[in-house]
Design a protein around this ligand. Structure first.
Ligand code: PLP
Length: 467
Protein backbone atom coordinates (compact mmCIF):
# COMPACT_ATOMS: atom_id res chain seq x y z
CA UNK A 1 0.00 0.00 0.00
CA UNK A 2 1.36 3.43 -0.84
CA UNK A 3 2.45 5.65 2.05
CA UNK A 4 -0.19 8.34 1.45
CA UNK A 5 -3.09 5.90 1.60
CA UNK A 6 -1.56 4.21 4.68
CA UNK A 7 -1.30 7.60 6.45
CA UNK A 8 -4.90 8.43 5.51
CA UNK A 9 -6.17 5.12 6.90
CA UNK A 10 -4.26 5.60 10.17
CA UNK A 11 -5.76 9.05 10.53
CA UNK A 12 -9.31 7.77 9.88
CA UNK A 13 -8.70 4.82 12.20
CA UNK A 14 -7.88 7.24 15.03
CA UNK A 15 -10.62 9.77 14.35
CA UNK A 16 -13.62 8.05 12.70
CA UNK A 17 -13.53 4.43 13.80
CA UNK A 18 -14.41 4.09 17.49
CA UNK A 19 -12.41 1.16 18.84
CA UNK A 20 -13.70 -1.13 21.59
CA UNK A 21 -12.28 -0.70 25.10
CA UNK A 22 -9.92 2.02 23.86
CA UNK A 23 -9.18 5.59 24.92
CA UNK A 24 -9.39 7.19 21.50
CA UNK A 25 -7.31 10.23 22.49
CA UNK A 26 -4.24 7.96 22.74
CA UNK A 27 -5.22 5.31 20.21
CA UNK A 28 -2.58 4.25 17.71
CA UNK A 29 -3.22 0.65 16.62
CA UNK A 30 -2.00 -1.63 13.89
CA UNK A 31 -4.01 -1.90 10.68
CA UNK A 32 -3.91 -5.49 9.55
CA UNK A 33 -4.29 -6.18 5.87
CA UNK A 34 -3.92 -9.96 5.79
CA UNK A 35 -2.96 -12.95 7.91
CA UNK A 36 -1.79 -16.52 7.61
CA UNK A 37 -1.51 -19.01 10.47
CA UNK A 38 -0.37 -17.10 13.55
CA UNK A 39 1.02 -14.16 11.59
CA UNK A 40 -0.70 -10.86 10.94
CA UNK A 41 0.63 -8.53 8.25
CA UNK A 42 -0.10 -4.83 8.55
CA UNK A 43 -0.57 -2.30 5.77
CA UNK A 44 3.18 -1.50 5.89
CA UNK A 45 4.04 -5.15 5.26
CA UNK A 46 5.28 -5.69 8.85
CA UNK A 47 4.49 -9.06 10.43
CA UNK A 48 3.24 -9.69 13.95
CA UNK A 49 2.62 -12.92 15.81
CA UNK A 50 -1.03 -12.92 16.94
CA UNK A 51 -0.37 -13.67 20.62
CA UNK A 52 -3.97 -13.06 21.66
CA UNK A 53 -5.69 -15.03 18.88
CA UNK A 54 -7.53 -11.85 17.89
CA UNK A 55 -9.06 -11.53 21.36
CA UNK A 56 -9.14 -15.22 22.27
CA UNK A 57 -11.31 -16.44 19.41
CA UNK A 58 -9.06 -17.32 16.50
CA UNK A 59 -8.72 -20.96 17.49
CA UNK A 60 -6.50 -22.51 14.79
CA UNK A 61 -4.90 -19.35 13.44
CA UNK A 62 -5.87 -17.46 10.31
CA UNK A 63 -6.77 -18.78 6.85
CA UNK A 64 -7.44 -22.35 7.86
CA UNK A 65 -7.96 -24.19 4.56
CA UNK A 66 -10.80 -26.38 5.87
CA UNK A 67 -12.77 -23.45 7.30
CA UNK A 68 -12.09 -21.31 4.22
CA UNK A 69 -13.43 -24.13 2.04
CA UNK A 70 -16.57 -24.62 4.17
CA UNK A 71 -17.32 -20.90 3.85
CA UNK A 72 -16.73 -20.78 0.11
CA UNK A 73 -19.01 -23.80 -0.38
CA UNK A 74 -21.68 -22.19 1.78
CA UNK A 75 -21.38 -18.91 -0.14
CA UNK A 76 -22.26 -20.92 -3.25
CA UNK A 77 -25.55 -21.88 -1.56
CA UNK A 78 -26.80 -18.96 0.53
CA UNK A 79 -25.15 -16.42 2.85
CA UNK A 80 -28.05 -15.71 5.16
CA UNK A 81 -31.60 -16.72 5.93
CA UNK A 82 -33.49 -15.75 9.04
CA UNK A 83 -34.22 -18.33 11.74
CA UNK A 84 -37.54 -16.66 12.54
CA UNK A 85 -39.96 -19.06 10.89
CA UNK A 86 -37.43 -20.85 8.66
CA UNK A 87 -34.17 -22.68 8.88
CA UNK A 88 -31.18 -23.98 7.01
CA UNK A 89 -29.63 -27.48 6.85
CA UNK A 90 -26.22 -26.32 8.09
CA UNK A 91 -27.53 -24.54 11.19
CA UNK A 92 -29.75 -27.53 12.01
CA UNK A 93 -26.75 -29.85 11.68
CA UNK A 94 -24.61 -27.57 13.87
CA UNK A 95 -27.32 -27.56 16.56
CA UNK A 96 -27.49 -31.35 16.40
CA UNK A 97 -23.69 -31.73 16.65
CA UNK A 98 -23.42 -29.33 19.56
CA UNK A 99 -26.04 -31.21 21.56
CA UNK A 100 -24.37 -34.56 20.74
CA UNK A 101 -20.97 -33.28 21.83
CA UNK A 102 -22.21 -31.51 24.96
CA UNK A 103 -24.41 -34.39 26.16
CA UNK A 104 -25.29 -34.03 29.86
CA UNK A 105 -28.93 -33.37 29.00
CA UNK A 106 -28.14 -30.25 26.97
CA UNK A 107 -30.54 -31.00 24.13
CA UNK A 108 -31.48 -27.60 22.70
CA UNK A 109 -29.59 -24.75 21.06
CA UNK A 110 -30.44 -21.07 20.68
CA UNK A 111 -28.13 -19.20 18.30
CA UNK A 112 -27.15 -15.54 18.63
CA UNK A 113 -24.32 -13.39 17.32
CA UNK A 114 -21.97 -12.57 20.15
CA UNK A 115 -21.07 -13.86 23.56
CA UNK A 116 -22.98 -11.26 25.54
CA UNK A 117 -26.17 -12.15 23.64
CA UNK A 118 -25.71 -15.85 24.45
CA UNK A 119 -25.46 -14.98 28.15
CA UNK A 120 -28.49 -12.66 27.95
CA UNK A 121 -30.44 -15.51 26.35
CA UNK A 122 -29.51 -17.86 29.19
CA UNK A 123 -30.45 -15.26 31.81
CA UNK A 124 -33.80 -14.46 30.21
CA UNK A 125 -34.61 -18.15 29.71
CA UNK A 126 -33.78 -18.84 33.37
CA UNK A 127 -35.89 -15.92 34.53
CA UNK A 128 -38.87 -16.90 32.38
CA UNK A 129 -38.52 -20.58 33.28
CA UNK A 130 -39.50 -19.97 36.89
CA UNK A 131 -42.64 -18.14 35.77
CA UNK A 132 -44.01 -20.99 33.69
CA UNK A 133 -42.48 -24.28 34.84
CA UNK A 134 -44.72 -26.97 36.35
CA UNK A 135 -44.48 -25.43 39.79
CA UNK A 136 -43.93 -21.73 39.11
CA UNK A 137 -41.87 -19.71 41.57
CA UNK A 138 -42.16 -16.14 40.32
CA UNK A 139 -40.21 -14.93 43.36
CA UNK A 140 -37.05 -16.23 41.75
CA UNK A 141 -35.91 -12.99 40.15
CA UNK A 142 -32.27 -12.78 41.18
CA UNK A 143 -28.97 -14.04 39.82
CA UNK A 144 -26.06 -15.13 41.97
CA UNK A 145 -22.79 -14.19 40.25
CA UNK A 146 -19.10 -14.56 41.05
CA UNK A 147 -16.91 -11.75 42.32
CA UNK A 148 -14.97 -10.12 39.45
CA UNK A 149 -17.01 -12.01 36.86
CA UNK A 150 -17.22 -10.85 33.26
CA UNK A 151 -20.06 -11.89 30.97
CA UNK A 152 -20.23 -9.15 28.33
CA UNK A 153 -21.11 -5.51 27.80
CA UNK A 154 -24.89 -5.35 27.41
CA UNK A 155 -26.80 -3.95 30.38
CA UNK A 156 -27.92 -7.41 31.52
CA UNK A 157 -24.48 -8.94 31.27
CA UNK A 158 -22.79 -5.91 32.85
CA UNK A 159 -25.23 -6.34 35.76
CA UNK A 160 -24.03 -9.89 36.43
CA UNK A 161 -20.41 -8.94 35.74
CA UNK A 162 -18.32 -7.73 38.65
CA UNK A 163 -15.38 -5.82 37.15
CA UNK A 164 -15.86 -2.39 38.71
CA UNK A 165 -13.91 -0.53 36.00
CA UNK A 166 -16.49 -1.58 33.41
CA UNK A 167 -19.49 -1.25 35.72
CA UNK A 168 -19.20 1.89 37.78
CA UNK A 169 -20.34 4.41 35.15
CA UNK A 170 -23.46 2.40 34.41
CA UNK A 171 -24.35 1.54 38.02
CA UNK A 172 -27.71 3.41 37.93
CA UNK A 173 -28.80 1.31 34.94
CA UNK A 174 -27.87 -2.08 36.35
CA UNK A 175 -30.13 -4.49 38.22
CA UNK A 176 -29.30 -5.86 41.63
CA UNK A 177 -27.35 -9.10 41.75
CA UNK A 178 -26.30 -11.37 44.61
CA UNK A 179 -22.55 -11.75 44.53
CA UNK A 180 -20.16 -14.21 46.14
CA UNK A 181 -16.39 -13.89 46.48
CA UNK A 182 -14.01 -14.19 43.55
CA UNK A 183 -12.71 -17.78 43.80
CA UNK A 184 -9.07 -16.82 43.33
CA UNK A 185 -6.54 -19.63 43.68
CA UNK A 186 -3.56 -17.21 43.65
CA UNK A 187 -4.51 -14.48 46.11
CA UNK A 188 -6.18 -16.77 48.59
CA UNK A 189 -7.58 -15.60 51.93
CA UNK A 190 -5.33 -15.83 54.99
CA UNK A 191 -2.58 -17.94 53.41
CA UNK A 192 -4.92 -20.90 52.94
CA UNK A 193 -3.99 -23.92 50.86
CA UNK A 194 -5.81 -24.35 47.57
CA UNK A 195 -8.21 -26.94 48.96
CA UNK A 196 -8.88 -24.87 52.09
CA UNK A 197 -9.59 -21.85 49.90
CA UNK A 198 -11.93 -23.92 47.74
CA UNK A 199 -13.89 -25.01 50.82
CA UNK A 200 -13.88 -21.42 52.09
CA UNK A 201 -15.29 -20.02 48.84
CA UNK A 202 -17.91 -22.77 48.58
CA UNK A 203 -19.02 -22.10 52.16
CA UNK A 204 -19.57 -18.46 51.21
CA UNK A 205 -21.69 -19.49 48.22
CA UNK A 206 -23.65 -21.98 50.27
CA UNK A 207 -24.38 -19.30 52.88
CA UNK A 208 -25.88 -17.07 50.17
CA UNK A 209 -27.88 -19.95 48.73
CA UNK A 210 -29.23 -20.96 52.14
CA UNK A 211 -30.52 -17.45 52.70
CA UNK A 212 -31.70 -16.56 49.20
CA UNK A 213 -32.27 -19.70 47.11
CA UNK A 214 -36.02 -19.15 46.90
CA UNK A 215 -35.33 -15.83 45.17
CA UNK A 216 -32.54 -17.02 42.90
CA UNK A 217 -33.33 -17.87 39.28
CA UNK A 218 -29.80 -19.01 38.45
CA UNK A 219 -26.17 -19.02 39.44
CA UNK A 220 -23.94 -17.78 36.64
CA UNK A 221 -20.23 -18.61 36.42
CA UNK A 222 -17.34 -18.68 33.99
CA UNK A 223 -15.88 -22.20 33.98
CA UNK A 224 -12.46 -22.61 35.65
CA UNK A 225 -10.93 -19.28 34.56
CA UNK A 226 -12.39 -15.80 35.04
CA UNK A 227 -11.00 -14.24 31.91
CA UNK A 228 -11.47 -10.48 32.04
CA UNK A 229 -10.86 -10.49 35.81
CA UNK A 230 -7.24 -11.28 34.86
CA UNK A 231 -7.43 -14.96 34.01
CA UNK A 232 -8.16 -15.68 37.66
CA UNK A 233 -7.99 -19.44 38.10
CA UNK A 234 -10.55 -21.06 40.37
CA UNK A 235 -9.20 -23.61 42.87
CA UNK A 236 -9.67 -27.21 41.72
CA UNK A 237 -13.03 -28.50 42.87
CA UNK A 238 -14.68 -25.09 43.07
CA UNK A 239 -16.80 -25.36 39.92
CA UNK A 240 -17.80 -28.95 40.65
CA UNK A 241 -18.72 -27.89 44.19
CA UNK A 242 -20.75 -24.94 42.91
CA UNK A 243 -22.63 -27.20 40.49
CA UNK A 244 -23.47 -29.54 43.39
CA UNK A 245 -24.75 -26.61 45.45
CA UNK A 246 -27.03 -25.58 42.57
CA UNK A 247 -28.56 -29.06 42.54
CA UNK A 248 -28.87 -29.12 46.34
CA UNK A 249 -30.75 -25.80 46.41
CA UNK A 250 -32.64 -26.37 43.13
CA UNK A 251 -31.14 -23.29 41.49
CA UNK A 252 -30.39 -23.26 37.75
CA UNK A 253 -26.75 -23.13 36.66
CA UNK A 254 -25.51 -21.04 33.71
CA UNK A 255 -21.96 -21.85 32.63
CA UNK A 256 -20.32 -19.17 30.51
CA UNK A 257 -17.71 -20.86 28.30
CA UNK A 258 -17.52 -18.04 25.76
CA UNK A 259 -13.78 -17.64 26.38
CA UNK A 260 -12.74 -21.08 27.60
CA UNK A 261 -14.91 -23.43 25.52
CA UNK A 262 -14.41 -24.99 22.07
CA UNK A 263 -11.09 -26.72 22.66
CA UNK A 264 -9.07 -23.72 23.83
CA UNK A 265 -8.09 -25.49 27.07
CA UNK A 266 -7.47 -28.88 25.43
CA UNK A 267 -10.97 -30.13 26.28
CA UNK A 268 -14.05 -29.28 24.25
CA UNK A 269 -15.46 -27.56 27.34
CA UNK A 270 -13.38 -26.29 30.25
CA UNK A 271 -15.73 -27.73 32.86
CA UNK A 272 -14.54 -31.17 31.75
CA UNK A 273 -11.27 -30.43 33.60
CA UNK A 274 -13.34 -30.12 36.77
CA UNK A 275 -15.20 -33.34 36.06
CA UNK A 276 -11.83 -35.09 35.75
CA UNK A 277 -10.36 -33.43 38.87
CA UNK A 278 -13.39 -33.82 41.11
CA UNK A 279 -14.97 -36.95 39.57
CA UNK A 280 -18.60 -36.99 38.50
CA UNK A 281 -20.55 -35.17 35.86
CA UNK A 282 -21.35 -31.48 35.78
CA UNK A 283 -24.79 -30.83 34.30
CA UNK A 284 -25.36 -27.13 33.74
CA UNK A 285 -28.86 -26.04 32.77
CA UNK A 286 -27.34 -23.62 30.27
CA UNK A 287 -24.01 -23.60 28.47
CA UNK A 288 -22.97 -20.43 26.63
CA UNK A 289 -20.51 -20.72 23.74
CA UNK A 290 -19.04 -18.11 21.39
CA UNK A 291 -15.60 -16.89 20.28
CA UNK A 292 -13.91 -20.14 19.06
CA UNK A 293 -17.25 -21.60 17.94
CA UNK A 294 -16.53 -20.44 14.37
CA UNK A 295 -12.75 -20.64 14.77
CA UNK A 296 -12.68 -16.86 15.11
CA UNK A 297 -14.08 -16.34 11.61
CA UNK A 298 -17.61 -14.98 12.04
CA UNK A 299 -19.70 -13.76 14.95
CA UNK A 300 -21.80 -16.60 16.31
CA UNK A 301 -22.78 -17.71 19.78
CA UNK A 302 -24.92 -20.47 21.14
CA UNK A 303 -26.89 -21.06 24.33
CA UNK A 304 -27.43 -24.74 24.99
CA UNK A 305 -30.17 -25.66 27.41
CA UNK A 306 -31.65 -28.75 28.98
CA UNK A 307 -34.95 -30.50 28.25
CA UNK A 308 -36.32 -29.28 31.59
CA UNK A 309 -36.00 -25.69 30.35
CA UNK A 310 -37.29 -26.40 26.83
CA UNK A 311 -40.40 -28.19 28.08
CA UNK A 312 -41.36 -25.27 30.30
CA UNK A 313 -41.65 -23.11 27.18
CA UNK A 314 -44.00 -25.47 25.31
CA UNK A 315 -47.73 -24.81 25.28
CA UNK A 316 -50.55 -23.23 23.37
CA UNK A 317 -49.57 -19.82 21.95
CA UNK A 318 -52.23 -18.16 24.11
CA UNK A 319 -50.47 -19.41 27.26
CA UNK A 320 -47.71 -16.82 26.55
CA UNK A 321 -44.93 -19.31 27.14
CA UNK A 322 -43.08 -18.29 23.97
CA UNK A 323 -39.53 -16.97 24.35
CA UNK A 324 -39.89 -13.52 22.80
CA UNK A 325 -36.25 -12.97 22.01
CA UNK A 326 -34.15 -13.21 18.86
CA UNK A 327 -31.21 -11.90 16.87
CA UNK A 328 -31.31 -11.10 13.16
CA UNK A 329 -28.22 -13.17 12.38
CA UNK A 330 -28.90 -16.01 14.84
CA UNK A 331 -27.99 -19.31 13.17
CA UNK A 332 -26.48 -17.60 10.13
CA UNK A 333 -25.58 -20.32 7.59
CA UNK A 334 -22.07 -18.99 6.90
CA UNK A 335 -21.26 -18.94 10.61
CA UNK A 336 -22.83 -22.38 11.03
CA UNK A 337 -20.71 -23.76 8.16
CA UNK A 338 -17.59 -22.45 9.90
CA UNK A 339 -18.88 -23.94 13.18
CA UNK A 340 -19.33 -27.39 11.64
CA UNK A 341 -15.82 -27.26 10.16
CA UNK A 342 -14.44 -26.32 13.61
CA UNK A 343 -16.17 -29.30 15.23
CA UNK A 344 -14.89 -31.60 12.46
CA UNK A 345 -11.36 -30.31 13.04
CA UNK A 346 -11.56 -30.64 16.84
CA UNK A 347 -12.97 -34.15 16.57
CA UNK A 348 -10.32 -35.16 14.04
CA UNK A 349 -12.75 -35.80 11.13
CA UNK A 350 -11.08 -33.05 9.07
CA UNK A 351 -7.43 -32.08 8.71
CA UNK A 352 -4.25 -33.98 9.41
CA UNK A 353 -4.82 -34.53 13.12
CA UNK A 354 -3.05 -31.30 14.18
CA UNK A 355 -6.41 -29.76 15.04
CA UNK A 356 -7.79 -32.51 17.27
CA UNK A 357 -8.34 -32.13 21.00
CA UNK A 358 -5.61 -34.75 21.62
CA UNK A 359 -3.16 -32.74 19.50
CA UNK A 360 -4.09 -29.54 21.34
CA UNK A 361 -3.42 -31.26 24.67
CA UNK A 362 -0.02 -32.40 23.40
CA UNK A 363 0.75 -28.90 22.13
CA UNK A 364 -0.20 -27.51 25.56
CA UNK A 365 2.77 -29.41 27.01
CA UNK A 366 5.15 -27.61 24.60
CA UNK A 367 3.45 -24.33 25.46
CA UNK A 368 3.95 -24.99 29.19
CA UNK A 369 7.67 -25.65 28.62
CA UNK A 370 8.31 -22.44 26.70
CA UNK A 371 6.58 -20.43 29.41
CA UNK A 372 8.53 -22.07 32.27
CA UNK A 373 11.54 -19.66 32.27
CA UNK A 374 9.20 -16.71 32.83
CA UNK A 375 8.57 -17.96 36.37
CA UNK A 376 12.03 -16.58 37.26
CA UNK A 377 11.18 -12.99 36.40
CA UNK A 378 10.98 -10.81 39.54
CA UNK A 379 7.86 -9.08 38.23
CA UNK A 380 5.89 -12.12 37.12
CA UNK A 381 3.98 -13.31 40.17
CA UNK A 382 2.35 -16.21 38.39
CA UNK A 383 2.29 -17.82 34.99
CA UNK A 384 -1.28 -19.07 34.72
CA UNK A 385 -2.18 -21.68 32.14
CA UNK A 386 -4.86 -24.15 31.20
CA UNK A 387 -4.29 -25.82 27.83
CA UNK A 388 -3.42 -23.17 25.26
CA UNK A 389 -4.68 -20.32 27.40
CA UNK A 390 -2.12 -18.57 29.59
CA UNK A 391 -1.51 -15.25 31.30
CA UNK A 392 1.37 -13.53 33.05
CA UNK A 393 0.44 -11.81 36.30
CA UNK A 394 2.66 -8.79 36.90
CA UNK A 395 3.40 -7.95 40.54
CA UNK A 396 5.44 -5.36 42.39
CA UNK A 397 6.44 -8.04 44.90
CA UNK A 398 6.51 -11.76 44.27
CA UNK A 399 6.46 -12.41 48.00
CA UNK A 400 3.43 -10.38 48.93
CA UNK A 401 1.80 -10.72 45.48
CA UNK A 402 1.08 -7.01 45.68
CA UNK A 403 0.21 -5.35 42.38
CA UNK A 404 1.99 -2.37 40.81
CA UNK A 405 0.43 1.03 41.31
CA UNK A 406 -2.20 1.37 38.60
CA UNK A 407 -0.69 4.51 37.09
CA UNK A 408 2.50 2.63 36.16
CA UNK A 409 0.44 0.80 33.49
CA UNK A 410 2.97 -2.00 33.48
CA UNK A 411 0.82 -4.35 31.41
CA UNK A 412 0.42 -1.76 28.69
CA UNK A 413 4.15 -0.98 28.64
CA UNK A 414 5.16 -4.63 28.41
CA UNK A 415 2.72 -5.15 25.55
CA UNK A 416 4.18 -2.13 23.74
CA UNK A 417 7.60 -3.77 24.11
CA UNK A 418 6.20 -7.01 22.72
CA UNK A 419 4.60 -5.27 19.73
CA UNK A 420 7.90 -3.53 18.94
CA UNK A 421 9.43 -7.05 18.77
CA UNK A 422 6.71 -8.34 16.44
CA UNK A 423 4.52 -9.99 19.07
CA UNK A 424 0.98 -8.64 19.35
CA UNK A 425 -0.41 -8.82 22.88
CA UNK A 426 -3.23 -6.97 24.61
CA UNK A 427 -3.11 -6.47 28.40
CA UNK A 428 -5.87 -6.80 30.96
CA UNK A 429 -4.53 -4.23 33.39
CA UNK A 430 -1.38 -5.83 34.77
CA UNK A 431 -2.23 -9.29 33.52
CA UNK A 432 -0.98 -10.25 30.07
CA UNK A 433 -2.99 -12.95 28.31
CA UNK A 434 -0.96 -15.22 26.03
CA UNK A 435 -3.21 -17.19 23.69
CA UNK A 436 -1.46 -18.46 20.60
CA UNK A 437 -3.44 -20.49 18.08
CA UNK A 438 -3.97 -23.95 19.57
CA UNK A 439 -2.14 -25.44 16.58
CA UNK A 440 0.96 -23.20 16.82
CA UNK A 441 3.93 -25.35 15.73
CA UNK A 442 6.73 -25.97 18.28
CA UNK A 443 9.28 -23.69 16.57
CA UNK A 444 6.83 -20.77 16.71
CA UNK A 445 6.06 -21.54 20.35
CA UNK A 446 9.84 -21.43 20.98
CA UNK A 447 10.01 -18.02 19.29
CA UNK A 448 7.12 -16.83 21.45
CA UNK A 449 8.84 -18.02 24.64
CA UNK A 450 12.18 -16.50 23.66
CA UNK A 451 10.62 -13.18 22.74
CA UNK A 452 8.79 -13.02 26.07
CA UNK A 453 11.94 -14.01 28.00
CA UNK A 454 13.94 -11.29 26.26
CA UNK A 455 11.37 -8.67 27.24
CA UNK A 456 11.58 -9.61 30.90
CA UNK A 457 15.27 -10.54 31.07
CA UNK A 458 17.77 -8.50 33.04
CA UNK A 459 15.52 -5.63 33.93
CA UNK A 460 14.86 -4.66 37.51
CA UNK A 461 11.35 -3.41 37.04
CA UNK A 462 10.77 -3.28 40.79
CA UNK A 463 13.08 -0.26 41.09
CA UNK A 464 12.40 1.94 38.12
CA UNK A 465 10.40 0.49 35.29
CA UNK A 466 11.73 1.89 32.06
CA UNK A 467 10.94 1.18 28.48
C1 PLP B 1 -16.48 -15.13 29.71
C2 PLP B 1 -17.02 -14.20 28.69
N1 PLP B 1 -18.34 -14.06 28.54
C3 PLP B 1 -18.87 -13.25 27.62
C4 PLP B 1 -18.07 -12.50 26.80
C5 PLP B 1 -18.69 -11.55 25.81
O1 PLP B 1 -18.52 -12.02 24.53
P1 PLP B 1 -18.67 -11.00 23.28
O2 PLP B 1 -17.52 -10.05 23.38
O3 PLP B 1 -18.60 -11.89 22.09
O4 PLP B 1 -19.99 -10.34 23.46
C6 PLP B 1 -16.68 -12.60 26.91
C7 PLP B 1 -15.80 -11.80 26.05
O5 PLP B 1 -14.61 -11.72 26.22
C8 PLP B 1 -16.14 -13.46 27.88
O6 PLP B 1 -14.81 -13.58 28.05
Amino acid sequence: MDATEARRLHELDRTVLWHAFSQMSEYDGLIIERAEGSWLTDIHGKKYFDGASSLWCNLFGHRVAQIDRALIEQLGQVAHVTNLGMSHPVSIRLAERLTQIAGRGLEHVFFAGDGASAVEVAMKLAFQYWRQCDRPEPGRTKFLALGDAYHGDTIGTVSVSGVSLFQKTFAPLLFEVLRGPCPDDYRRPQAMSSSEACAHYLEAYEAILIEHHRNIAAVIAESCIQGAAGFVMQPKGFLAGLAKLCKKYNVLLILDEIAVGMGRTGRMFAFEHEEIAAGGVIEPDFLCLGKGLTGGYIAMSATLSSRRIWEAFLGDYTESKTFFHGHTYGGNPLAAAAGLAVLDLLEGHLGDGRFSLEAIRANSECFAKVLEPLDDSPIIGQVRRLGMMAALVLVASKETKSPFEGNKRMGKRICEQAISRGLWLRPLGDVIPILPAVTTPPQELDWLGETLSRIFQGRDFTQSPQF
